[in-house]
Design a protein around this ligand. Sequence first.
Ligand code: KG4
Ligand code: ZN
Length: 361
Amino acid sequence: MKEQKSLIMGIESSCDETAVAIVSDNKKILSNIVLTQLEEHKPYGGVVPEIAARSHINHLNRLVRQALEEASVKWSDLSAIAVTSGPGLIGGVMVGLMTAKAIAYARRVPLISVNHLEGHALSIRLTEAVEFPYLLLLVSGGHCQLLIVYGVGNYERLGTTIDDAAGEAFDKVAKTLGLEYPGGPAVEKAALLGDASRFKFPRPLKGRPGSNFSFSGLKTSVLRAKDRLVEAKDGVLSRQDICDLAASFQEALTDAIIDRVANSIDYYIDKTPISEHILVVAGGVAANSCIKEKLAALCIQKGLLLKAPPMNLCTDNGAMIAWAGVEKFKLKEFADLNIGAVARWPLDPDAKPAVGAGIKA
Ligand code: KG4
Ligand code: ZN
């Protein structure tokens, strides 16, 4: 007899990607459509919440239909609808959530409410046979956290940022240096031609206990160094100056991240008596080669396996939400149709707030 598969649709709209995917419980991605709003936000050098929400409204219905078509799936084949219901930019989250509720109601399928961060956290299990508990470094434009993932809905947060997320720091520094948005790829490219030892930027929190992050001071140091240089050179920076600033910044940020991850690895190994320790890295900043290489070296030194989902599943996407939906579907964790969208939703509600941390923590 043919085994019955569960098919879950996942909807993501918490930031600047409108995304819909259909994933099966045997780890097949039947469709995975991501519409990025990059060009719409580019003139502003960052995501504008109002523009994001309006754009989600304009495109989501079409993408839902397209996801069904590309997967050759009928409405009646769907087992459940999973949706990001927080944290994120609230207008966008509401668009996705209301759409998912309407589908659940009209098609009589269960609704599964997914924490966007849990989508990132579990995505590695869609592409690889990774068992709990693993250590997760989540580094994106909106988040910078270190967590032990013990299971679905079971997290221990070891660290979070007390100010900017790592991707946010890349984006802001790129703006300072006159590089394009999104800043991460632009800074990385400039850094390739730069001298990372020219500017001695601070490594925030390096050498201190714990696993929290801070990037605001580093960002300000880059701004000051640039301003000093502009003054010294009568307003004209050379391409080499820009590349050296980018390389020195990237090196400092990477050093700071590695120091924080090293502390969390020690804690994780101490806490979890398992034979194979794993560090998973997810989020858009995981694309950065400098960070990836240093993480790989650290994992070799500490005896961990380093894993990362493929890049298209590292950045925001619907497949990770659908997959988190699969994991929750197996546990029968369904949501009421009257749930609300939430801007702040920590994965570890017991974690002490990091000093100075904003709503992203
Ligand atoms: O995960 P993501 O696509 O969206 C969320 O923020 O949720 O991450 C986007 C962030 C941006 O801040 C972008 O500048 C950064 O990831 N990023 C990078 C690189 N590629 C993207 N940061 C550093 N190096 C890169 N190569
Ligand atoms: Zn994300």
